[in-house]
Each structure stands twice: as C-alpha cells, then as structure tokens.
Design a protein around this ligand. Structure first.
Ligand SMILES: [Zn+2]
Length: 200
C-alpha cells in the first residue's frame, strides 16, 4: 500500500490522525508575514527558519466517534525590540500544544470553554498547518518584550552622567553655605560670630 502523503497546507485531519501520521518541516520567518511584522532583524544575522513537528493520534471511544488529536510543536529564534532599553533582544519561542478536533464549530466552542489543557478545533475544511504554526508562534510572543537584564548602557549614554557628577560642587560646600545663610537669621548667629573668628 502506498503511504499517504499529507500536505501541511491542506491537511486532512481525520485521515492524518487515523494513521497516526507525522509531519515536520521548517518555514523561513520572512514567509510568516503576520509574525514577521513584529520582528526586527539584526543586520549581521540571517534569521534561522522556524521548525515545526506535528503528529496525529486517534482514540477509540466506546460507542462514540473516535477522538482526533494532534500534537503540534514549533521552535523559532526571533529578534524583538526590548521595551525597556529599546535595544534588540533575541528570544527562543517554543510551542508545544495538543489540539482536539471535533465534528463542528458548535461542539468546538462548547468544549473549548471547559477544556484548559488542549485547544479544540472543528474538523471540516482541510487544515492549514503552517498558518496554525504561525498563530501559535505569535501567541508565544511576550506582550511586552524585555531583556531579563538589559545590557550595560553604551559609553555614549554613560558619559553625560559621569560629567554631571564631576561638575556638581561637592555637597559639603553647598551645605555649609546654606547653613551660614540660615545661621545669619538665627538669634544666636551674633554670638556665634563673636566666638568664632571668620575664616580667612
Ligand atoms: Zn533591554
């Protein structure tokens, strides 16, 4: 028997699950337009493609229709803009999800509300697996991308801070000047002036 060849762009899910088939592949990030929209690409690096694996399974249910499932895994290394330092940051996205397929949208909506550990989709039209991979990678993106620890500020950013420190008069001078001024208004300031000769 000739093995069935499954097309990831038009996957017949019921058949895929029935023979417990597996598919894997890779997609250039630039081909995933919706995902690529939010990414930056450092000039000195060609982004690696995203990799994905899918495996179908079917479980017989006594007196009912078989349960159809697919495990989908995907990995991609993406570059984003850190929202704290606005520098580029790379991130490994990893997706590992189980989808359960039911007969129609109504059943899917009903089940999806009560199921936490798997996503429920409707069987019907052939599945665009690569689009699903893209959806899942997009959902794996952080809402606010931020370095765990932002890289040390560049020398150009650090310089003004150093200069400011040098330009600021030593705090002691400033403090004593204020004290003397305040002292002048104090009733005992006159006594103090008598006891302590003015500094030269
Ligand atoms: Zn940062």
């Amino acid at each position: 028997m000739k093995p069935v060849v499954f097309n990831p762009r038009r996957l017949e899910m019921a058949a895929f699950a029935k023979v417990q088939a597996e598919l894997h592949g890779s997609v250039p990030l630039v081909d995933m337009l919706r995902l690529a929209e939010g990414l930056v690409s450092p000039a000195d690096e060609v982004p690696a493609p995203a990799h994905w694996q899918a495996s179908g399974s079917q479980r017989q249910v006594l007196g009912g229709v078989p349960e159809v499932r697919m495990r989908l895994q995907a990995q991609a290394r993406v570059w984003l803009t850190c929202q704290r330092c606005l520098g580029p940051m790379d991130l490994e996205l990893s997706v590992d999800r189980v989808f359960r397929f039911v007969r129609n949208e109504d059943e899917a909506a009903q089940l999806d509300e009560t199921t936490d550990d798997e996503d429920v989709l409707a069987l019907g039209r052939p599945l665009d697996l690569l689009s699903l991979v893209e959806d899942e990678l997009i959902m794996a993106l952080p809402i606010v991308p931020r370095h765990e620890t932002c890289p040390a500020p560049l020398a150009a950013l650090a310089a003004p801070q150093t200069t400011a420190d040098v330009d600021t008069p030593p705090p002691c001078d400033q403090h004593s000047a204020e004290s003397e001024e305040a002292g002048a208004r104090h009733p005992f300031a006159v006594l103090k002036n008598l006891k302590i000769p003015p500094r030269s």
